[in-house]
Design a protein around this ligand. Sequence first.
Ligand code: GLU
Length: 480
Amino acid sequence: MTDARIPMRTRFAPSPTGPLHFGSVRTALFAWLAARSTGGQFILRIEDTDQGRYLEDTEALIMETLLWLGLSWDEGPEVGGPHGPYIQSMRTDLYREHAGLLEARGAAYWCTCTPERLAEMREQQRAARMPTRYDRRCLSRQDDVRKERAAGAPAVLRQLMPPGRTAWDDVIHGEISFDNADIDDQVLLKSDGFPTYHLAVVIDDHLMQVSHVIRSDEWIPSTPKHLTLYSALDWTPPRFAHVPPVLGEDRQKLSKRHGARNVLEYGELGYLATAVDNAMALLGWSSGTEDEVFTLAQLVERFSLARVHDSAAVFDQKRLDSLNGQHIRRLSTEELVELLEFWLPGTSKETRRKLVPLLQERMVVMRDAGTLASPLLGDAPWDDDVVFPPRKVDAATAIALLDATCAEVSGAGLEDITALRERLTAFLDARGVKARDGFRVLYIAVLGRAQGVPVFDAMAFIGAEKSMQRLRAARARLEL
Ligand code: GLU
């Protein structure tokens, strides 16, 4: 039923109140995948009617984030479309027009209660242990309200929740139902003439012909309000798919308030967009197979809302790291050579091509390229915490090994590093030292640290002369 490949028109409707974090973008990804996997359309709509919470430049940041992740939109800011504008603050006439219709149909009423009166009302309700909601004082005095408004009193338009129940078949949660008596008469138009989210979202989703509203499940309690508006306007409502939240590793909801990271920062740290997409998709969706490494195109092939879980997902940094490493390893040499231009500035294509086999297997994030390649591209200052000679190797053995390596390099050179490694392994063997322990001496000498790219490859990369210089300098430290 839900899985049928009927083209879905979905939307992502962020409020520009700050950068996007993993939780909110994951919802966007699901909406995008639902549209793309069914051959439908994906709409981007900016919900900026709450001017108080508006944060400048956020719109641009939101678009940059979606584009970085490859989530392009068919309709929305920048690209336009038949149902524009796609920025709510540019659609206020439409909201007012429909608000008038709701009022004329008796589905909404004006209210001139002052904030002080509302605060007092709530206080009394709390004291009486009643749910806090509007007591409909203005509903019974609409003639007076009209006069007050004419005299310039600030007023809001409220939705009149009808008696009865509101139910829907949620794509993710199944049947959900509410008693309307438990739902407040929501403000639809604020006294500044701007709509609230609730009015604007219904009008836009309808006029933009959204077929599936895919959004965070924190909106479930609002859905009865929305469905009531659809019905008052004689509109067929869309399907709703309320997506469970992403929790942080502390099991708290991942949100701006919890210091969740701006998704673009993952790019700055060296995560590939495709790995971030992959990790996000696995937060609350399963492919139904053992595989877990997917490109965006593969996600499009496999995605279905039917396999989105109805319980919260927990963000998993280790999984993201592991997926990122796997996506890096799947890149072709040329793709990685291209990407490394940014991470290894000033290097030639040729140099990067030589580095790729040394780096590709060892990188978790792109930024690791700099750390791994720095002793090959420049000097190799020793890590402060390096122990030399390393554990399990005494100074005499270390000196002998450094001398033997120098002699080998100056004699046979670095053409055949496999043979070099074998001869030095035999050398260590004869002294009862495991190659793993002994080679740590060479790692430190050549790279300045106890691990990194394979040390014999590193020597081949920097050349015989530089290798010998570093081996001798290390030896000199032991003689002191
Ligand atoms: N503007 C709302 C938000 O940012 C959108 C909710 C919805 O998708 O309906 O949470």
